[in-house]
Ligand binder design. Structure first.
Ligand SMILES: C[S@@+](CC[C@H](N)C(=O)[O-])C[C@H]1O[C@@H](n2cnc3c(N)ncnc32)[C@H](O)[C@@H]1O
Length: 221
């Protein structure tokens, strides 16, 4: 079994051109001495500039993508090579993380790494970066089952969900890498199933950690 976890439609992107000249962005760019096109869009810094941005509630949360990634990559399941993680972004870039790679825990180191990868689009030994929509990414992975996790999905407890994926060789699970909103219709189209694991909306990092732990327990049995 290799579980592909896709952190999908993630709120992780470089500052879009149209925001480049707005004061919140210009100030940050001066402070960091980095041009806007090389800076990650971050609501906590660029809030004022995002006021008119399309889908603004779904964008600019690199911090929560970082936490979600760590909640997967710090686990025995991941370190033993059972999980591969892909970060798919709002603007259809993909960061493919080589199995067992440990991303930086420090947020500022994570930020510089991702800014460099997204801007230069040059692979390093541990992370590949390329342009791909979710459906293109899934064509490459060729999963034998594709499950999206969402509040709006049919409720299923995690134990049953894990029973379903453990019989597969190359399943993919999508977790939304955003703080508000839901998967786009185009994303829903590529899923075999949409499943909710709790009646409450949970943070992506909690969903990821619970999924990984449940699978880990099942594999150890
Ligand atoms: C913070 S949520 C996004 C907000 C969205 N309003 C929601 O309630 O799902 C981030 C991601 O966590 C996952 N998620 C959150 N709550 C969930 C639940 N109860 N069941 C399954 N997945 C959930 C989904 O993949 C979602 O896209």
């Amino acid at each position: 079994l290799k579980l592909n976890i896709i952190i999908a439609e993630s709120a992780l992107e470089l500052i879009p051109d149209e925001l480049g000249s707005l004061p919140a962005v210009v100030n940050d760019s001066k402070r960091r001495s980095v041009e806007p096109a090389r800076i990650l869009l971050d609501r906590s810094i660029h809030h004022a500039a995002m006021r008119r941005l399309k889908d603004r509630f779904k964008r600019g949360r690199p911090d929560l993508v970082h936490i979600t990634l760590l909640s997967i990559t710090s686990t025995p399941l991941y370190l033993n090579g059972f999980v591969k993680v892909y970060i798919h972004t709002y603007d259809d870039m993909v960061l493919e993380i080589k199995e067992t790679t440990r991303p930086p825990k420090n947020y500022f180191r994570f930020r510089s790494l991702i800014e460099k990868l997204l801007f230069e689009k040059v692979n390093n030994d541990l992370i590949k970066v390329y342009i791909a929509s979710l459906s293109e990414l899934l064509e490459m992975i060729r999963p034998d089952l594709i499950i999206g996790l969402s509040m709006q999905g049919e409720y299923e407890n995690l134990e049953n969900l894990v029973k379903k994926i453990i019989t597969k060789k190359n399943p993919a699970i999508l977790i939304g890498g955003f703080a508000h909103g839901h998967f786009l219709p185009n994303t829903l189209k590529v899923l075999d199933e949409l499943i909710g694991i709790d009646e409450m909306p949970l943070d992506a990092h909690v969903v990821a950690a619970r999924l990984v732990y449940e699978l880990e327990r099942r594999i150890r049995k």
